[in-house]
Design a protein around this ligand. Structure first.
Ligand code: 13P
Ligand code: SF4
Length: 353
């Protein structure tokens, strides 16, 4: 990275001292990660944000929904800052509150809403988390989706889960970790009347999966796994649960970014790994582990374009603004949304494990 920008970021961060705390998601660029006080997956970062009540400014190097969650979990006087406000998440954008409210009205009409526990993936806007909080549901992340589903199914007799917004994480967790049959999972398409489902389908389903996906992880294909296995002996395939079910079925290991890192850290020297997650992380793991044969599970380059919006120029601008007494790009969730979203987040944080 540009040495002048590195020097400016270093100086600004030193000038701010303990007033600033920089969080970096594992999908951030190397040039940004080098300035993170902590790195993590979305679950770890949500906890880490709450663990620094003394920091005046939390600079969140990640995407918008993560900064919202940090705002909800930190003290009111702490300011959470997103270095580029255009760093959103296409998956989070696939579930809008008005669409989810329409779906709930249809579930009520079908006579099943009383059985439904809504669970939203962390990768959703604060108002969707608040919706889950209000309707006795919870948030989950890719680190704890199984425990969250277990919790949800124990909330009501004959419970069903409305899982938002990632159909793949919902399906993979339900089928592979909870023993729910594939045909007990139905997909609610918000663009179709009644989600494209009949009342009978809704009554029979255990999992109602929102039709959302990650534009990065959704690209990995089972064919590439077959091709690589044919070429590389003893290949270990390690993927994120946001990948399609067919990909996860062919993988050896599945887990959140934090899980992926742990597997690589304990891998025996000389072993081969094809990793299906965002490319910044895969490259960083390959650089840090020259003793392993690490490859990317896609023929093409595939970064998360919105994660990549946070670059060193934006970080320098943010830190220097703070040094100059300006507080840019503050993410502030309105009090009512914050209250109910916190109810759903706290339910997740109280889960065992
Ligand atoms: P985790 O951080 O929970 O592994 O999720 C990956 C992701 O896509 C974050 O946007
Ligand atoms: Fe959203 Fe996928 Fe990017 Fe994560 S990797 S921020 S889920 S688009």
């Amino acid at each position: 990275s540009d040495p002048d920008l590195v020097a400016r970021a270093t100086a600004a961060k030193a000038a701010l001292g303990s007033r600033v705390f920089v969080l970096g998601h594992h999908y951030q660029r190397d040039e940004v990660i080098q300035f993170a006080d902590v790195t993590g997956d979305s679950f770890k970062l949500a906890r880490d944000a709450a663990a620094r009540p003394d920091a005046e400014f939390i600079v969140f190097c990640g995407v918008h929904f993560m900064a919202e969650s940090a705002d909800i979990l930190t003290a009111p006087e702490q300011k959470v800052i997103l270095p580029d406000l255009a760093a959103g998440c296409s998956m989070a954008d696939m579930a809008r509150l008005a669409q989810v409210e329409d779906a709930w009205a249809a579930l009520t009409e079908a006579g099943v809403a009383d059985q439904v526990v809504p669970v939203t993936y962390m990768n959703s806007s604060a108002d969707i988390k608040a919706f889950c909080g209000k309707h006795d549901g919870a948030v989950c992340t890719s680190s704890n989706a199984d425990v969250a589903l277990e919790w949800a199914f124990a909330q009501k007799p004959d419970a069903k889960v409305l899982f938002l917004p990632d159909q793949h994480l919902g399906r993979n967790t339900a089928v592979l970790q909870m023993g729910i049959a594939l045909d007990e999972c139905v997909v609610w398409d918000p663009r179709q009347p009644n989600g494209g489902l009949t009342v009978e389908q809704l009554r029979d389903a255990k999992m109602i999966l929102w039709k959302g996906h990650c534009s990065v992880h959704g690209r990995f294909s089972p064919d590439v796994i077959d091709e690589l296995r044919a070429k590389v002996p003893d290949l270990n395939v390690l993927v994120h649960p946001e990948c399609q079910h067919e990909v996860v079925l062919k993988a050896d290991l599945v887990g959140s970014t934090e899980f992926i890192i742990k597997q690589i850290e304990k891998a025996p020297a000389g072993s081969s790994w094809a990793i299906g997650t965002e490319l910044n992380l895969v490259k960083r793991l390959a650089d840090a582990h020259p003793e392993l044969n690490i490859m990317f599970l896609d023929r093409n380059v595939c970064y998360c374009s919105t994660m990549n919006r946070i670059d060193l120029p934006h970080l320098v601008w943010t830190l220097e603004s703070l040094v100059n007494g300006e507080v840019p790009n503050v993410i502030e969730v309105d009090p009512d949304t914050e209250h109910w979203a916190k109810v759903a987040l706290d339910r997740m944080l109280a889960l065992p494990g």
